[in-house]
Design a protein around this ligand. Structure first.
Ligand code: B12
Ligand code: SF4
Length: 393
């Protein structure tokens, strides 16, 4: 498989004299609901399976330094933990807020049942490193490229290591898909890091700072590599692909999806809502942009949740599926139709669970109250998902 190029700055490390290659495993955790098979099937309707790129970039750096590296995305497939517990020397967990609780669970499991050294990184450990350190041996704050090898090989042993941002993004190696062990159909391309604006609710513009762009040539070289590797689908996953309109036109693509305002820790909105008592949950699993986690000013949390479901139905409707089919081809149209159906079933399912499943029946009566809406809906789905997962871990 084609490899990304490797800049001097990052490759120039050697294994410690006499040091033997380590078995390094990267896991991007997913919440119980997202590991539940019906959700994974639904995900296929939503789009081609894809992978977060951080572990593929960092794993590639470690592989080229001589280590044995495997990367797993829990979102896309079950992971055989029995075998990983036996062989893993270093476990690297990549967590966003909603997946941090699962990351902590995995870290505890590896501490209990294996000899692995556990390192955490990604969006959530970057914002709350002390919280992550209650479970991990080391936490890397920020971008990992410049420090990952030193941390893994033990030259940096402090509990919290701060990774400096890479100034010239063209020096970052391309993600290495040869180490990814879970299925993937689409390659993700990020032509920038961060965003020139700093909306008060936005975590990425704070994590990836300053805003940087790759050169168009470098992006095109990556796209060519994926074509050679046989990828039929690419996603542009920039946070604000149109920040530079001319450049966006040059590269040519963007995508949107509905989301609920989520006050992520580390953002001014979180501070503000926290200080004024408007946060209604600190259950990080709910921080996935699909659950209301705060008290809105002019309606109840549940009313906002319902409006989100309604917006989803308008966004993914059958007419727009036709237009998308015409613009982007039959397959995209078919997927969009599937998504329209799935969204409608999902909304119905959420109401059904809330109305009929034990523990949730009362939600309508409490709709104008201050409780967390998903704490009434989700338990039904989560109980089922939790049961299924427990029988397999
Ligand atoms: C691609 C992507 C996806 C893909 C794949 C993700 C996956 N399989 O988990 C898809 C579309 C499936 C997805 C889904 C979701 N996503 Co998403 N996603 C992204 C996106 C756009 C790009 C990720 C990426 O490749 N970044 C670029 C690389 C270079 O960064 P990175 O992976 O974070 O890695 C760097 C550092 O974090 C660090 N690092 C990372 N991992 C590790 C591990 C170790 C051990 C170390 C040391 C360092 C380290 O070093 C890396 C290199 O510098 C980001 C936005 C962003 N700009 O990051 C949102 C983002 C991560 N997603 C987000 C969200 C909310 C979600 C969903 C919950 C959305 C939803 N409603 O379903 C789901 C959850 C999926 C899950 N796993 O459960 C939020 C998370 C916010 C937060 N604070 O938690 C983000 C930040 C978007 C946003 N603007 O808010 N996502
Ligand atoms: S990425 Fe979007 S939300 Fe974040 S600062 Fe930029 S424009 Fe605002």
């Amino acid at each position: 498989m084609a490899q990304g190029h490797m800049p001097e700055m990052i490759t120039n490390h050697d294994l410690k004299p006499g040091g033997k290659p380590l078995n390094i495993v990267f896991i991007t955790p997913a919440t119980a609901l997202r590991r539940f098979p019906p959700y994974r099937w639904g995900g296929k309707v939503y789009g081609q399976s894809n992978s977060i790129t951080g572990p593929l970039i960092l794993g590639g750096i470690l592989k080229r330094a001589g280590h044995h590296v495997e990367v797993y995305e829990e979102l896309n497939a079950g992971v055989n933990y029995r075998s990983l517990l036996k062989k893993t020397d270093v476990l690297c967990l990549c967590c966003m807020t909603s997946t941090a609780p699962r990351g902590y669970e995995l870290s505890d499991l590896f501490h209990e049942k294996s000899h692995a050294h556990v390192i955490m990184g990604g969006m959530h450990p970057t914002i709350l490193p002390e919280e992550a350190l209650q479970h991990a041996d080391q936490v890397i704050v920020g971008e990992g490229e410049k420090v990952i090898l030193d941390v893994v090989e033990g030259r940096r042993s402090e509990p919290i290591v701060t990774g400096e941002p890479v100034c010239n993004l063209d020096e970052v190696p391309f993600p290495d898909y040869s180490i990814l062990k879970t299925p993937v159909q689409a390659a993700n391309v990020l032509s920038t890091r961060g965003c020139p604006f700093r909306c008060t609710f936005c975590p990425t513009s704070r994590m990836f700072t300053p805003y940087r762009q790759r050169s168009v040539d470098n992006v095109i070289a990556e796209i060519r590599m994926y074509k050679k590797m046989g990828f039929r689908y690419l996603n542009f996953e920039d946070d604000n692909f149109t920040a530079d309109k001319e450049r966006a036109k040059e590269i040519h693509s963007y995508q949107l999806q509905p989301a609920i305002l989520t006050p992520y820790p580390g953002t001014p909105v979180f501070e503000q809502y926290e200080n004024s008592g408007r946060m209604i949950t600190h259950d990080w699993e709910k921080f996935d942009m699909m659950n209301v986690t705060f008290r809105p000013a002019h309606m109840s949390p549940w009313e906002l949740q319902e409006l989100f479901y309604e917006a989803d139905k308008y966004f993914y409707d059958y007419d727009s599926a036709k237009v998308i089919g015409k613009l982007f081809g039959k397959e995209y149209g078919r997927r969009r139709r599937g998504l329209a159906t799935y969204t409608r079933l999902g909304v119905w399912g959420a109401h059904f669970c809330a109305d009929h499943v034990k523990g949730c029946r009362q939600y309508r009566k409490r709709a104008s109250g201050s409780g967390h809406p998903s704490s009434r809906i989700m338990p039904a789905q989560e109980k089922l998902a939790g049961w299924w997962i427990q029988t397999r871990m």
